[in-house]
Design a protein around this ligand. Structure first.
Ligand SMILES: [Zn+2]
Length: 203
């Protein structure tokens, strides 16, 4: 939700469509792929999760890749038709099949840049959302694999519900007032940052 909201706040959807926000949502969630290490047991999970995917190199690189793949999907008529059909289920009676976009290197770069930004925003979010009253803070090794030094600023408990509720509220607002998405996104981000600021003052 953070990646999509950030993209909408930047107004990228105005020229690129809502697909770029969907791509950013995926790119921002992608660093948690290392959580799949749970399949190999607790020891592997403890060593790999919040390490392999949670650093500037991998999160940024995978974000760029996601942006590129997202842009190719955006150009694909078949993919856009399927996405338009899926979207129309939520807004019956409306046609979401936009005219085919023409390839543009600038647009490709924008998608990749937004993918990188969305991937990287996961890292400060995890650094700040890493406190817990009964557990150790969970550092993020930003410069792995070059350094194992972890970064942590546990202002908010992980699993904290307030920011989630702000983002869920924003998702509903996007649904009902899609034309006002940019201002809604700006307000939602301001709300989340304000909440983190209050937690900082209370620490
Ligand atoms: Zn994470």
């Amino acid at each position: 939700m953070c990646g999509a909201t950030l993209t909408l706040a930047l107004g990228c959807h105005r020229k690129q469509g809502w697909g770029i926000a969907a791509m950013a949502a995926c790119a921002a969630a992608l660093p948690d792929w290392d959580g799949a290490s749970i399949a190999f047991g607790g020891v592997a999970y403890a060593r790999i999760h919040r390490v392999w995917g949670h650093n500037i190199l991998v999160a940024g690189g995978m974000g760029a890749l996601m942006g590129g793949v997202g842009y190719l999907a955006h150009l694909s008529t078949r993919f856009r038709r399927k996405a338009a059909q899926a979207t129309a289920r939520f807004w019956p009676g409306r046609d979401f099949m936009a005219p085919p976009p023409v390839y543009s290197t600038n647009a490709l770069l924008l998608w990749c840049l937004i993918g990188v930004l969305a991937g990287l925003v996961h890292l400060p979010a995890d650094i700040v959302y890493s406190g817990h009253p009964e557990m150790r803070s969970w550092p993020v090794p930003l410069f792995w694999p070059f350094s194992d030094q972890g970064c942590v600023w546990p202002l908010v408990n992980w699993g904290d519900i307030t920011s989630t509720l702000i983002f869920i509220g924003a998702m509903f607002a996007f649904y009902f007032w899609p034309k006002r998405a940019q201002i809604i996104a700006v307000l939602a981000l301001a709300g989340v940052l304000g909440y983190i600021g209050v937690r900082w003052l209370l620490v």
